[in-house]
Ligand binder design. Structure first.
Ligand SMILES: Cc1cc2nc3c(=O)[nH]c(=O)nc-3n(C[C@H](O)[C@H](O)[C@H](O)COP(=O)(O)OP(=O)(O)OC[C@H]3O[C@@H](n4cnc5c(N)ncnc54)[C@H](O)[C@@H]3O)c2cc1C
Length: 283
């Protein structure tokens, strides 16, 4: 049975105390966010939970540069109900959050626990496309790009915030996912962000994910967009590049070939929405 091995339950009141408990626990102690992941797959060696609910990480604040700082213990419901977070990325954040799990699930799952978990994610493709960063505490505070955080080996650490950079004028983004049912992991998901200046694309993020990976940027699709106007021809070229280069897996839910096809459809739909949003004024 999950969690029956737990012998100690800590509820520290500051991040440093939480970090010390995990570091000194040597693998027997883990941090507890919303618990949605831990309750279904808690490592057998874990005998102590370090509950983060009292350390003061449940907030949304503005950063000095005009971006947003999402406290790690913010639930998906907190974020979805926060108008600026939901509207961030011309609404891509809100449209993604509204599709994550169920309402009950979103009431518990935290953004911090999600980035640590790093799998089966609709959230990470959007955060990657929006150039989010992660703030971590390891005895001292540090900030690193989400992509670096996901690639690196992390020792004992507390994720304290996910940070969204200041909105870029002339940029728009969109999220799309394909699932068998609304309460199911994505077969394929993706987020595209396009920055336009003086009629041409100056930067693009095309991120495609699937159920077994966290999503990755597709440079060939991004290259197909940069340097020219965002036309339907450019969208088709980017979708084709995504279809050819997404390198997705097959499993019992969908074949690799089907996922490759959906990668192209995902990018095409995201970019078509991006065009609509740019014509509506961008973010
Ligand atoms: C039934 C179900 C349906 C789901 N559906 C979707 C979906 O549709 N789309 C989607 O994207 N995701 C989905 N998920 C995944 C879900 O979003 C994650 O399980 C959730 O976000 C994890 O957050 P949590 O706060 O519950 O993490 P927890 O379970 O509390 O912790 C997860 C891991 O992170 C560690 N941790 C927690 N907080 C911190 C912190 N601040 N710093 C450092 N380490 C920390 C824990 O020690 C643990 O290792 C689903 C999960 C379930 C169980």
């Amino acid at each position: 049975m999950p969690l029956t091995q737990i012998e100690q339950y800590h509820r520290p009141t500051d991040v440093d105390a939480a970090w010390h408990l995990v570091r000194d626990g040597g693998g027997a102690a883990v941090l507890l966010g919303g618990g949605t992941d831990l309750v279904v797959r808690c490592p057998p060696a874990v005998t102590a939970l370090v509950d983060l609910s009292e350390v003061g990480l449940r907030y949304v604040e503005h950063s000095d540069d005009g971006g947003l700082r999402l406290g790690a213990m913010s639930t998906f419901t907190d974020l979805l109900e926060h108008p600026e977070v939901a509207a961030y990325g011309t609404g891509a954040v809100g449209e993604m959050l509204a599709q994550v799990g169920s309402v009950l699930h979103r009431n518990s799952a935290t953004i911090g626990g999600h980035v640590v978990r790093s799998r089966l994610s609709d959230v990470l493709p959007v955060l990657l496309a929006l150039d989010a960063t992660v703030a971590v505490y390891t005895g001292e505070h540090a900030e690193l790009p989400l992509a670096n955080y996901l690639e690196g080996e992390q020792g004992p650490h507390v994720v304290t915030e996910v940070r969204l950079p200041p909105p870029i004028p002339g940029a728009a983004a969109a999220f799309v996912r394909f699932t068998r049912t609304t309460f199911d992991h994505s077969i394929v998901n993706g987020c595209c962000r396009v920055d336009v200046a003086e009629g041409a694309v100056v930067a693009a993020r095309v991120v495609v994910g699937e159920s077994s990976t966290v999503g990755r940027r597709l440079s060939a699709a991004e290259d197909a967009l940069v340097g020219a106007p965002l036309t339907s021809e450019a969208v088709a070229a980017a979708a084709d590049a995504a279809r050819r280069t997404a390198d997705l897996h097959g499993d019992w839910i969908a074949s690799a070939a089907y996922r490759q096809h959906l990668a192209g459809v995902t990018v095409e739909r995201c970019l078509t929405t991006v065009i609509d949003r740019l014509q509506g004024g961008g973010a």
